[in-house]
Design a protein around this ligand. Structure first.
Ligand code: SF4
Ligand code: SF4
Length: 431
């Protein structure tokens, strides 16, 4: 006997009148399959189930079954499917395991069906049935329980920051060089991806060096510094709101004036663009990405760069949530072109760029590792064709996936964040 699911809650998400945007998108697809070649999962596997429209159809067919007269009366005729155990398992595999919510298919669909929006709603339905992959849910739980998704103890984080601060003092030859923790009334409340203190502390040094050069007034919270929000990926809006609330409450507690989102694509989106919706409030502080902040420093002459200090050929990997979905194409190029002397675009690039393969929570779901590395071959080939020695990406999730692709496909490139390449080009007049 098949297992019994409680489908009341997931069907409530599809109920007529609850979400008009969803209803429009669920009824819009004309099944032309023009989106197929836009999706790296389809390109890597060449199986119809990976066509973006087919993933959306999973949710649409359930909608037809329960919310249309024709689907209720003659489900087989209208391909209207029950939300049973088999269907739910298929949704987990396709909507969690086979979509990074990158949005590339939206740009290639002639009528602009918002596939990631439908995928996210499908994930909400699965979350309502407690069917989020355990690996992804444990990442969310870590953030809920400890304030950061890697469950880094506060003492360990403070030790790392103190160690980076000592290095900064040595490098600048200035006892006043600081990485300020938990300070009140600063202009900037800065956030990090927990991968930075855990695996890439030099990216914290890089931004600290830039803040030093710019004479910035800034601080990091020792407890709530995590810019990521995997609640954006697991489909549980209540948990996404709780995580977004940590930063919201902390910036108020420390009376910071501007929230600067560290280099993380989905974290920037989940905080800046989705956060007010999760929290059902307007933000009463300014919110900018690190990309925009670095651009403003260059434009305003607050930092000086010498691009000849970065002579290797450089290319950019555009994080989906910052460029295709966030509109920061020009801002990233403005910063990179001021920091390097030899720049080469990938093909395709910008809004049409392929996802690295690690988005949508994929990096957290180890059960899909093989699939993730396989779809990443497209990105690896893109990088190899540029002849670049350095790949810049302003997203630590992308950095992680690109490092793994670099290793697997023997690309021999260096993966760097935007702050790291800018820090390498800094000209600082030491006292
Ligand atoms: S959002 Fe990206 S990964 Fe998902 S179906 Fe569309 S192209 Fe494929
Ligand atoms: S999502 Fe768009 S491109 Fe893909 S099958 Fe549907 S209508 Fe065609």
């Amino acid at each position: 006997m098949g297992r019994v699911l409680n489908i009341d809650k997931p069907l409530e998400i599809l109920r007529k009148g609850v979400d008009s945007k969803l209803e429009t998108n669920l009824n819009a697809c004309v099944k032309c399959s023009l989106c197929a070649e836009s999706c790296m999962y389809y390109l890597a596997h060449k199986e119809p189930q990976y066509i973006p429209g087919a993933k959306a159809e999973l949710v649409s067919s359930i909608n037809r079954r329960y919310n249309t007269l024709s689907g209720r009366i003659a489900p087989a005729l209208f391909n209207a499917r029950e939300l049973d155990g088999e269907m739910a398992d298929k949704m987990v595999d396709m909507l969690f395991g086979s979509c990074t919510m990158c949005g590339r298919c939206v740009k290639h669909c002639s009528i602009g069906v918002d596939i990631p929006y439908i995928v996210r709603k499908g994930r909400e339905m699965l979350a309502a049935m407690d069917m989020v992959p355990a690996t992804l849910q444990s990442t969310v739980d870590a953030a809920l329980n400890t304030g950061n998704n890697m469950a880094i103890p506060q003492e360990e984080f403070v030790d790392t920051i103190k160690w980076m601060e000592e290095d900064l003092i040595d490098e600048m030859g200035d006892q006043n060089a600081r990485i300020p923790l938990d300070e009140y009334d600063k202009e900037i409340f800065y956030t990090l991806n927990p991968r930075e203190p855990k695996f890439f502390p030099l990216s914290i040094s890089a931004i600290a060096k830039i803040f030093y050069a710019a004479g910035e007034s800034w601080t990091i919270s020792s407890k709530y510094y995590d810019v990521t929000n995997y609640g954006f990926f697991n489909g549980n809006n209540q948990q996404a709101a709780q995580i977004a609330g940590y930063l919201y409450d902390e910036i108020h507690k420390l009376r910071g004036k501007k929230l600067v989102l560290g280099e993380c694509g989905h974290g920037s989106r989940a905080t800046r663009w989705e956060g007010p919706g999760y929290l059902k409030t307007e933000f009463d502080f300014e919110t900018v990405t690190a990309v925009e902040l670095l651009g403003s420093y260059i434009r305003e002459g607050r930092i000086k760069l010498d691009k000849t200090l970065n002579n290797s050929k450089v290319t950019i990997h555009d994080p989906c949530n910052l460029v295709r979905n966030g509109g920061l194409y020009n801002q990233i190029r403005f910063v990179v072109k001021n920091a390097v002397s030899d720049f080469q675009e990938m093909n395709p690039y910008g809004e049409d760029n392929f996802c690295c393969g690690g988005g949508g929570g994929a990096l957290a779901m180890s059960e899909y590792n093989e699939r993730r590395i396989k779809i990443g071959e497209i990105k690896a080939t893109q990088i190899a064709r540029t002849g670049a020695k350095v790949v810049i990406t302003p997203c630590h999730n992308c950095v992680d996936q690109l490092q793994q692709l670099n290793h697997t496909y023997k690309l021999g490139v260096k993966i760097m964040t935007l702050a790291e390449i800018v820090a390498d080009a800094l000209v600082i007049n030491k006292q």
